[in-house]
Structures are given as C-alpha cells and as structure tokens.
Design a binder for this molecule. Structure first.
Ligand code: FE2
Length: 216
C-alpha cells in the first residue's frame, strides 16, 4: 500500500547489520583468506555488537527448552552467513564442531565456552571454561580450534550472541561429540525460523529525505 511522505526521518534500525553485511561481502569479493576473515571479520563483528538496538524482537526470542539459532543474512554464494543465537537461562549446546571458520560476538549477557580437542584416546577438554563477556569476540575453525561447548553463563536471564561463519552454517554437515567415548555423530543444525530481517526496505527513510529536499 502506498504511504504518504512524512517530515520526520525514521531511525534506520537495520543500518548496523546492513553495513556489516556490506563489509563482509567486500572481503568475500576480494577472496579474503580465512586468516583475513578472522582478523577483519572480528573488527566488523565487534563494531556490530557495540550497540544492541538493531536486532529485532523476532530474532531475540527464547525457547523454553532449546537455544535458538536465527538466520540474519546469508551471502548469495554462501561464502558467509550471520546468525543470532539466543540462550535461555542455563541453556547450552552439545559439544560440537563447525568445519568452517566462525566468529562469536556477545551482544547481551555472557557465555561460557569450553574447548576440546581430539586425540587418539578420545576428546580432551582444554579447560577451564572461558567466560565471554558482552562485547567480546571469539573465533573457531579447524585451524584455530573447532570443537567446543557453549553455555549461557547466566541461570536467570537470556544471553544473545551474533555469529558469522564461512558458509551457510545451517546447511553445513557438522558433528556432535560424546565426551565420554569421543564418538562423533553427523548433524545439520538448520534454523529456528523461516523469517529474516528485511535489510533492503529503506523506503520510510527515503520518503522523509525526499520530503525534506522538496521543502528546502
Ligand atoms: Fe559453536
């Protein structure tokens, strides 16, 4: 439905996410290596999580039993993707790997991360667990350490992290591990919702700019 021009410029809530997507696309178009993505991508993610007002409510919702994994953006060639992970009080992942590079930035609350490595005798923890505070960014990949278990550091509140991976991670074949036996099982995580943020509808802001220009 057509909408009238208004004289107030609305806040462009999704601008920080759009700018992060554009910066990551530039890296991908330049055929950045994993090392470059982990360095430059960390800066991009740190900037994105430096403010907490751009992530819409649909992508902050908890589930009573399971942590949630919402897709925020996927590159058309699946060279990278962004997600919000939402942890209800006390929720955690199984021990798992990623098989591609990944960055984890804490947007709200805090997370506890326990890393593991595979040995001939099974899985060995590289503890103690590290607490990722709000604003911090952690990296994973088969080259820098890829197996971990992530938990909400809080038992009484929600924590949210923003992730970037070097693939469409919801479609990626990965593994979960039994810490007692070291046995691994294939899994494909998928996503918790079919909806994505609409990064490309900036009509409200543009209408306001048109009106301001015509009044000048
Ligand atoms: Fe992970």
């Amino acid at each position: 439905m057509a909408q009238a021009l208004t004289d107030t410029v609305p806040v462009d809530q999704l601008q920080p996410l759009r700018e992060a997507v554009q910066a990551l696309t530039r890296l991908a178009d330049g055929q950045a290596s994993e090392a470059v993505f982990l360095t430059k991508g960390k800066e991009i993610l740190a900037q994105l999580i430096s403010q907490d007002d751009w992530l819409e409510e649909d992508f902050r919702k908890t589930h009573p039993e399971y942590y949630q994994q919402y897709l925020l953006y996927c590159d058309p060639y699946e060279r990278f993707s962004l997600q919000s992970f939402v942890w209800g009080p006390g929720q955690s992942t199984p021990v798992h790997d990623h098989t591609v590079w990944g960055l984890v930035g804490v947007l709200q609350g805090a997370e506890s991360c326990m890393r593991y490595r595979q040995t001939v005798g099974g899985l060995v923890s590289e503890g103690p667990a590290v607490i990722l505070e709000r604003g911090s960014v952690d990296a994973v990949s088969p080259t820098v350490g890829d197996i971990h278990k992530v938990s909400n550091a809080f038992s009484d509140r929600t924590s949210i992290s923003i992730h970037i991976y070097g693939a469409n991670i919801g479609n990626t074949r990965r593994h979960v591990f039994d810490t007692n036996t070291g046995a691994q099982k294939d899994f494909v995580s998928g996503y918790s919702s079919n909806r994505l943020p609409n990064l490309w509808d900036q009509a409200a802001r543009i209408r306001a700019q048109v009106l301001q220009r015509s009044a000048a």
